[in-house]
Design a protein around this ligand. Structure first.
Ligand code: UN1
Length: 513
């Protein structure tokens, strides 16, 4: 794809035609099998990567262990300075990295750049945070005693990330983990390995400039086998995993078996409730972007619209009209709204979901289908579909990572809509479109949405980094990114100090010798 200069982008990011997929800082090695990265944009082979073997993984772990011993002693604000420099480098590489994300993963260039912006923003956030790793002080029940708590670095953080946010999710974890004094080992999705290599090259420069140990940032590219090694490894106290619920359940069980910590950010089945008091124009923009943006491949993508019966026909017609105007094609061309799915397997899942929901009684309002012909050679471009369905359908209950939007009808009070919204196993993002204060507050109340994210008059996707990101139920319960999500990357310690010459016991216990 010469149009946007992929050769130059790859060169600027230090990616060759053949790459090694294991790294500690700037050192590269690999002895596993070869992975080929094809672009879903045009179907071309971008580059090859030799994946990491068990032996390679061991090397990364031992470098990480060495690095942690040194890094944990560096004052947190000094670690913040490292993350500040990393953010600066990301600013310089924003254009190239955004293009690579778009070309390797298939999201629009705007979204690729937006993803890099999220990386920059979390770095800024982490720099400030590096001076605010606060613990409480408490009043002791004993005279002449002081109690307080502190947060210490945890150790090696294992990061497993998905193809759909191939760079940002890593940075949400690393930027925080690094200021917390941890070192990181990252297994990016094997569907977007070049994004991983590009990021590692960027941080490696920062580590080198600052004469820091290379093991602060490790990279292992491979499939589930490498993920398994990490999850079962007692040397990795925290595993942060983002991806499907299926993957998360395997990781969680492996980590739990050794009583390790896990931070899970898994599937969503996100809905927008459209009440009789909704602003139709805002609803349509929010719903269409949520459903077709990133070709429906965000954890936060809008999968269900729960529409009041009085608004149903109006919203349905407006959506069908809007879908008729969608342009599908090369995501690097800014006039297109929808790019490709990640690969042909994803296309198959999309086709199967549409077939299945039809047999369950779903009615296709906007038919969908796979696109063929000029510009669609990769075989990964599909038409966004709208299906009239019911919440209990198996396909509606299931997260299909594709642009399929289910329309569901509710009648009566907003409570009925909330019940439908909560009536799935996932609990990531949710939204209500209403200008009615009572409805909005009900939705946000104790008896409202059961999701980690609940929005009013905003769609389900596009969360800001400043808030804690994640969800409940099968979404896994973890929180990444903003607010106090940093706490999971540290170990907490309660300290009691006695500055008297007596040794009074707590709870009034007398123990005289
Ligand atoms: C994801 O899809 O894994 O809220 C993350 C959003 C983005 C992050 C999505 N900020 O849509």
């Amino acid at each position: 794809n010469k149009d946007f200069g992929i050769e130059k982008v790859l060169k600027n990011l230090g990616i060759k035609k053949e790459n090694k997929g294991t790294s500690t800082g700037g050192k590269w090695f690999a002895t596993g099998k070869v992975i080929e990265s094809y672009s879903p944009v045009d179907g071309n082979l971008i580059a090859k990567v030799t994946s990491s073997s068990k032996k390679d993984y061991e090397k990364v772990i031992s470098e990480a262990e060495i690095a942690f011993k040194e890094f944990r002693l560096m004052p947190a604000p000094k670690r913040g300075e490292i993350v500040r420099q990393f953010g600066e480098k990301l600013r310089k590489h924003k254009d190239d990295l955004g293009k690579l994300v778009s070309y390797e993963m298939g999201k629009s260039l705007q979204e690729g750049l937006g993803e890099v912006q999220e990386m920059i923003d979390i770095c800024d956030f982490a720099v400030g945070l590096s001076r605010q790793l606060h613990g409480f002080t408490m009043h002791s029940e004993r005279p002449g005693h002081r109690m307080y708590e502190q947060y210490h670095p945890l150790g090696i953080v294992g990061i497993i990330s998905a193809f759909n946010f191939p760079v940002a999710v890593w940075s949400w974890n690393t930027a925080l983990a690094w200021i917390c004094g941890d070192v990181c080992i990252w297994k990016p999705s094997e569907k977007a390995p070049l994004c991983g290599i590009a990021c590692q090259n960027i941080i490696a420069e920062v580590l080198k400039d600052n004469h820091l140990p290379q093991g602060i940032s490790g990279l292992v590219i491979g499939d589930a086998e490498i993920g398994d090694l990490m999850a079962k490894d007692t040397r990795v106290p925290l595993i942060s995993a983002t991806g499907s619920t299926r993957m998360g359940k395997i990781v969680a069980q492996n980590v739990a078996a050794r009583l390790g910590k896990s931070l899970l950010e898994l599937g969503g089945n996100n809905a927008i409730i459209v009440t009789p008091d909704a602003d139709i124009k805002m609803t349509v923009i929010g719903a269409v972007f949520g459903a077709v943006g990133t070709a429906g491949q965000r954890c936060t993508s809008t999968r269900r619209l729960i529409i009041h019966e009085s608004m149903y026909e109006k919203v349905k017609d407006a959506l069908v009209t809007a879908y008729g105007q969608l342009k599908i094609g090369n995501p690097l061309d800014e006039s297109n709204h929808v790019g490709p799915l990640i690969d042909k397997d994803a296309v198959k899942m999309y086709e199967n979901a549409l077939k299945k929901v039809e047999t369950e009684g779903g009615k296709l309002l906007v038919k969908g289908g796979v696109l063929k012909g000029k510009g669609y050679e990769s075989g990964c471009y599909v038409k966004p579909a709208i299906v009239e369905a019911e919440n209990h359908f198996e396909m509606v209950q299931h997260e299909t990572f594709a642009p399929i939007l289910y329309l569901l009808k509710y009648s009566g009070d907003v409570e009925n809509a909330i019940e439908i919204q909560n009536g799935v196993v996932q609990g990531l993002s949710s939204a209500i479109m209403t200008n009615n204060l009572r409805e909005a507050e009900k939705f946000l109340s104790h008896a409202g949405s059961d999701c980690g994210i609940a929005n009013v008059n905003i769609g389900t996707s596009g969360a800001e980094i400043g808030g804690a990101f994640g969800g409940e139920k099968e979404t896994g319960g973890g929180r990444e990114s903003g607010s106090d999500a940093w706490k999971v990357y540290m170990r907490r310690q309660t300290n009691t100090i006695n500055y008297t010459t007596n040794l009074p016991l707590a709870q009034g216990i007398k123990f005289d010798l």
